[in-house]
Design a protein around this ligand. Structure first.
Ligand SMILES: [Zn+2]
Length: 448
């Protein structure tokens, strides 16, 4: 994501000129004794990373990247492959704006943060601040939190590219573009029935981190034991607002607490939530059907709306979203933070499933409805091959779409590099569209 030097245009209220040096220069206080860095204490990482396993019925190469020419090797048995080459042409003009401009009291030290009221992430003119590293916080994560390029962040602090952790408690300078309140330390008393997972989920932290904060953790899941947690105030308050996260909101099928960290092509998913089953769609890759609470909710709502329009008469075929913990997935370049999902183009009713999905076999009416529906939700971008956009354009125009609507929704005919329209060209997105949802308002480390 480019971060132009002068981004004053993004800052409606210029409260002060950016200072040339960190505003806070007080000497580092000694870190609290109970906040010892346990990041490198040797907690094993063996924990439940689900393996990527594609559906058996697809057999060969389901969802495997086949590159630009992939659509040509369309053999009958290749029918289920969701070719995916996430090249992000035209992605550059995505706005990295989250939430609303909100007044926020910024407290720079985690130790002082107990009193900070959680607020939405705030877009702010670039402002130099200090950040004191909380346990288990990775450098990349801190950079994401303040929405700054990781390379710049390293440079400001003289940290080499191979260093991923610095001493806990170290103060780091950041010329922040977003100012969420810092992580805060929380004491938690274990209750009967708790597990590392349930405690982590309830507080919006990673279960591995919870164990690490409380190293050595053996025997500490006994009722009455005091645990230390480092929570993100915004995520924590969202989750604990009213009821435990396992309880879904009325009318909502998706539990809270799943948030994306970092950009879609270099990030992870915290406490990912599974796309719920539905008669409106088939999840073809159930082990890769996890997302953020926000993206999954938006997806579910969009699918329900699509159904209401008459949809397609049959379930849509859904490919990969993310793995439960996000990160790299197969040969996809993105799909790492629980915000990207692949949807196969709906086929005409009389086309058998084993036939290769050529343009003539696509149900363009249903495809157009789907794009229209997605546009009414928080979708950042949809990737679809430019030549396929042309087919969609022709169909929509012949069926009464206005110029204004076509311009708003499709990049075509303005060229495959044009940064226009919700749907953008990306190589390899011929038989499926790739939908990227926005960052939720409580996702403090999500990078658009
Ligand atoms: Zn994709």
């Amino acid at each position: 994501m480019p971060h132009p030097e002068d981004d004053a245009a993004q800052a409606p209220t210029s409260v002060q000129a950016p200072a040339p040096a960190p505003v806070a220069t007080a000497p580092d206080p000694t870190p609290a004794a109970d906040a010892v860095d346990v990041a490198d204490a040797g907690v094993s990482r063996e924990v439940d990373e689900p393996a990527v396993e594609w559906d058996d019925d697809a057999g060969d190469g389901d969802d495997v990247e086949v590159g630009d020419g992939g659509d040509d090797d369309d053999g009958g048995d290749d029918d289920d492959a969701m070719d995916d080459d996430d090249a992000f042409a035209g992605e550059d003009d995505e706005q990295s704006v989250l939430g609303e401009i909100a007044a926020a009291d910024i407290v720079l030290d985690p130790g002082e943060a107990e009193t900070v009221e959680a607020v939405l992430p705030t877009i702010h003119p670039r402002k130099w601040i200090r950040h004191r590293r909380a346990p288990r916080e990775r450098l990349e994560q801190i950079a994401h939190r303040y929405d700054v390029p990781v390379a710049d962040f390293r440079e400001w602090n003289g940290i080499s590219p191979d260093t991923h952790n610095v001493k806990q408690g170290r103060r780091l300078r950041v010329r922040a573009r977003r100012l969420p309140p810092p992580r805060r330390k929380l004491d938690y008393t274990v209750a009967a029935g708790d597990t590392w997972w349930s405690v982590a989920l309830r507080h919006g932290v990673d279960a591995r981190d919870v164990r690490s904060y409380n190293w050595p953790y053996k025997g500490k899941m006994a009722p009455g034991t005091k645990l230390i947690l480092w929570v993100d105030p915004i995520v924590h308050d969202w989750i604990t607002d009213g009821q435990p996260p396992e309880t879904v909101d009325p009318g909502q099928q998706v539990r809270r607490g799943a948030v994306g960290i970092g950009p879609p092509d270099d990030g992870r998913l915290l406490n990912g939530v599974e796309i719920p089953p539905s008669s409106t769609y088939n999840l073809r890759l159930p082990k890769s059907a996890y997302g953020t609470t926000y993206a999954v909710s938006e997806f579910v709502a969009a699918m329900a709306d699509f159904e209401k329009t008459g949809g397609h008469g049959r379930p849509l075929e859904i490919g990969a979203m993310s793995r439960q913990n996000g990160g790299e997935i197969g040969t996809h370049r993105s799909h790492q933070t629980g915000r990207d999902v692949d949807i196969r183009l709906p086929r005409k009713p009389n086309v058998a499933r084993f036939r290769p999905l050529t343009p003539k076999r696509v149900d363009w009416g249903a495809t157009w409805k789907l794009v229209q529906v997605l546009a009414t939700h928080d979708v950042a971008v949809v990737f679809l091959d430019f030549d396929m956009q042309k087919q969609l354009y022709k169909h929509a125009k012949a069926h009464g779409a206005t110029e204004a609507e076509l311009r708003k929704l499709l990049q075509y005919p303005r060229g495959r590099g044009a940064a226009r329209g919700l749907v953008r060209h990306s190589d390899g997105h011929v038989r499926h569209m790739h939908v990227r949802f926005g960052c939720g308002p409580y996702e403090t480390e999500c990078v658009p």
